[in-house]
Write a protein that binds this ligand. Structure first.
Ligand SMILES: Cc1cc2nc3c(=O)[nH]c(=O)nc-3n(C[C@H](O)[C@H](O)[C@H](O)COP(=O)(O)OP(=O)(O)OC[C@H]3O[C@@H](n4cnc5c(N)ncnc54)[C@H](O)[C@@H]3O)c2cc1C
Length: 442
């Protein structure tokens, strides 16, 4: 184990809250030359790109297995679109190979700077969830290394299908994924045809989502400080046209330092939201764009998480059932407004009913709300607890990849299969998140 790595790289999560320091880091370079995980006296956990916001990727006092060096493409069949790659490879690197060949990720989160292993362990969803479901549905095989040294080949219906289901969305707790294979989807070009429609209320948003149910990609930005829930609904599909031109969309800006806390307040955010809402002159606007700004608008600003200052921020994401979904989402927005909590980017989407293979997968049918809350101390934590309670009371669920606050009871309510999952947890693997949500409550 190498304590020196702790000095050269920052093993934080994206929200920079909570702060948790591992005792050691093991940098993995070769999938056939792994350390003896069983010999570790401390709990171990794989670390991808640290793009989880809370503590799902943290292992306070334990050992992090840094997968950055496991970043090789193993096989890519340009005819069938089957891709096999090491688990530490980023989606960005995969896209560089796939797109020029006319293929795309079957599901992608809102940043391409996540690892393949991280995408599987959180069973990520994207703008096409209502049609495609989660990333885990497209995983055809993977290798899992357990701390007893076993190397298991997991497939959806093979010998270890139960461990496959536990590892999809398994929060890195079932072992180390060394490589994975997935099915890409064909695309006619690197362009997306986009329609943006302004809406003035949540029922209007739901009507737009219903009308666009056959569109591959849908998502909405909402002004979280407007009680009615005004916003912009975006729908898109891969546009016909030629294949690329290597990526033209490059990271143009980077937040160079931590912005002093207090810069972001309800006033600045209110102004930003008003400008964003009115930037589009007509109610409906159509355009064509490269896929990068459509899928990854935040990736254009490197280290954008630093605009929230040293205290970091909390990302909040829940899903609530469609029944009463509007009223519950209104209650969430009202709680945020009442707290004067500012959020630039509040995202609203409907999840569909395509089931995930994962035992602990987060998405399920309903309305999902995601937003950033600058961390101002106890008042922010209290607000998140209020939001969590509203969502859980309504029969909803909270997303571990975005969470730093949920209680053990809220975890159990969100994930009814958690006990079945627990049977597959590797005895040497653990995380700060897992210890928090399985702690006994007094
Ligand atoms: C700007 C932004 C937008 C986002 N948008 C979305 C979105 O639209 N949808 C969505 O679902 N998520 C979204 N996310 C969350 C992000 O997709 C997930 O947190 C993702 O899992 C991060 O991957 P990572 O490689 O950074 O993994 P980390 O955050 O480092 O780790 C995440 C989990 O994966 C496990 N893990 C990592 N590698 C392995 C491995 N090789 N073997 C076993 N376990 C492993 C870790 O132990 C941990 O439990 C977004 C995040 C950001 C920053």
């Amino acid at each position: 184990m190498a304590p020196a790595d702790l000095l050269s790289k920052n093993y934080a999560s994206w929200g920079r809250y909570p702060v948790a320091c591992p005792a050691a880091v093991e940098r993995l370079a070769w999938r056939d030359a792994l350390p003896d995980l069983g010999a570790s006296e401390r709990p171990v956990l794989a670390y991808g790109q640290g793009r989880s916001y809370g503590d799902a990727c943290l292992n306070s006092g334990g050992v992090l297995l840094d997968t950055d060096g496991l970043d090789r493409l193993i096989a890519f069949d340009r005819v069938t679109g089957r891709v096999r790659a090491e688990a530490g490879v980023t989606l960005a690197k995969l896209l560089d190979v796939l797109v020029p060949a006319g293929w795309f990720l079957p599901v992608t989160p809102g940043t391409k700077f996540v690892s393949l292993g991280g995408a599987i362990a959180n069973d990520v969803h994207g703008k096409n969830h209502h049609i495609a479901g989660t990333f885990g549905r497209f995983v055809t095989a993977m290798e899992l290394v357990r701390s007893d040294g076993q190397r298991l080949l997991l497939t959806p219906s093979g010998e270890h299908d139960d461990l496959f289901r536990a590892t999809i969305g398994g929060l890195g707790l079932t072992g180390l994924i060394t490589w994975a294979e997935f099915q890409a989807i064909p695309i006619p070009s690197d362009q997306i045809a986009v329609t943006r429609t302004r809406f003035r209320s949540l029922p209007e948003f739901l009507a737009l989502a219903g009308a666009a149910a056959d569109q591959p990609y849908t998502v909405a930005w909402i002004d979280a400080l407007s009680p009615a829930g005004r916003g912009l609904f975006m729908q898109g599909h891969h546009a016909p046209g030629g294949l690329p031109a290597p990526s033209r969309f490059r990271q143009k800006l980077a937040a160079p330092f931590d912005v002093p806390s207090g810069t972001l307040n309800a006033l600045t955010v209110r102004a930003f939201n008003a400008v964003y809402y009115h930037a589009q002159r007509r109610d409906v606007a159509r355009s064509q764009t490269h896929y990068e700004p459509f899928f990854y608008p935040l990736d254009a600003v490197g280290n954008w998480n630093r605009i929230y200052g040293r205290r970091g921020f909390l990302q909040y994401q829940c899903v609530v059932p469609f029944a009463d979904g509007v009223a519950v989402t209104e209650a969430l927005l009202a709680a945020i407004s009442a707290a004067g909590a500012a959020s630039f980017l509040a995202v609203l989407k409907t999840f569909g009913d395509v089931p995930s293979p994962g035992l602990l997968s987060f998405p399920r049918p309903g309305i999902t709300l995601a937003l950033d809350l600058p961390h101002r101390g106890p008042e922010t934590l209290a607000l998140v607890r209020r939001l969590n309670a509203i969502a859980i009371e309504a029969g909803g669920a909270l997303y571990p990849a975005k969470d730093a606050v949920m209680s053990p009871a809220q975890f159990r309510a969100s994930y009814p299969d958690w006990e079945a999952f627990g049977a597959h947890v590797d005895p040497k693997f653990s995380s700060s998140f897992w210890r928090r949500v399985t702690a006994s409550e007094s």
